[in-house]
Design a protein around this ligand. Sequence first.
Ligand SMILES: [Zn+2]
Length: 412
Amino acid sequence: MNLFLLGSKMRRLPAPLCTKWPRIKPIEWSLLVVCAATLLWARPACAATALSGEDTLVTLNRIRYHTYPTYTRVVLDLSGPVGHQVTQDDASSLIVELKGAILGEALRQDPLIAVAKKRLIAIRALTGERQVRVLLELSGAFSHHAFTLQSPDRLVLDVFDMALPKTGPSLSPSEVKPPPVPEVKSRPLRIVIDPGHGGKDPGAVGQEGLTEKTIALDVSFRLAKLLRQRPGWEVYLTRDHDVFISLKARRAFAKRHRADIFLSVHVNAHTEPTAQGIEMYLFGRATDKDALSTAARENATSQSETLNFQKQILTDMVQDFTRNQSLEFAHHLQRAFSKQITEKYATNSLGVKRAPFYVLAKTDMPAALSEIGFISNPKEARRLSDSTYRQEIAETLYQGVSQYRALLEDGG
Ligand SMILES: [Zn+2]
């Protein structure tokens, strides 16, 4: 007879359950996982001791989850800091052990959370002697990354598909690894804003001498001001006047300042004057020909040189642990533009793309490059030359950056 604790209630494990393996239903699968876990971790005599000395134990009050396009985040809300161990038990489950912890009342009453969403089937909380175990039942191959946050205390688990991002280039499953997530504790979040071009490099040039370098610097200043008006931000600009700075030096600047977020601000151009809209980029193999062309222009190289660079960096891309975070960051920015700018001004939301930008290469923090409009389009160029519109752009970038920060701080 196996006894195990499910919430606060001791139950007898029904014997036939363990013999139904070939024909299990989803809900039975949940119980089966518990059965397997119990065989490894049963604490038959702990009913009384589990509750003794509760005042010294940390309480697991709540379990939350959210499914994002590239990963699922599970957040354990705790009453204090707790030692933890995460084990990938087999192909379909993740086990989190919390030492010196007990379940809060709500989880004792209802320890099973049925999720049945992409990649996450169910979450179950089990209690043992001064320990809590949380089981995540998953579908498909996955990898995971766990980290803690404070004020309030949380343990965050990110679960990634061992599959290809649909919008991205071909990556083999072995290339898909969990990114480090910036730890947002009590210290301010450092953002490096990178106004594109400068000095001898004007960037794209529009009618009547309107230059990309001037627009990028003005929008960056406005964004920096908005961020500095709020507590909890440390803001750095790669340039604060009209000066040429190499792309490599900009990357090095972000690294030297140990940036949590890197945002490069640019204005787009196209040979077709009707091309219009806003798009966000992260580092990667070019999504399409236009993306390659944009990267080549921003890299100040020919398309074939940028293609060669793309070939060279394939190995580095395997090391690019931050790409999932960069993707989330870019999506937050693009969503902010969809809400506040593209509809209002009847321009295109061109989405989130990848391309081999020098300035984003080998960055070890979430990094994105924003193309905030086409200077080659007379209508968009007119708007970009208007300070009210540039303020709206800066406020939209601020919204995107803040929403991404909220995601980091909330842990889910
Ligand atoms: Zn540019």
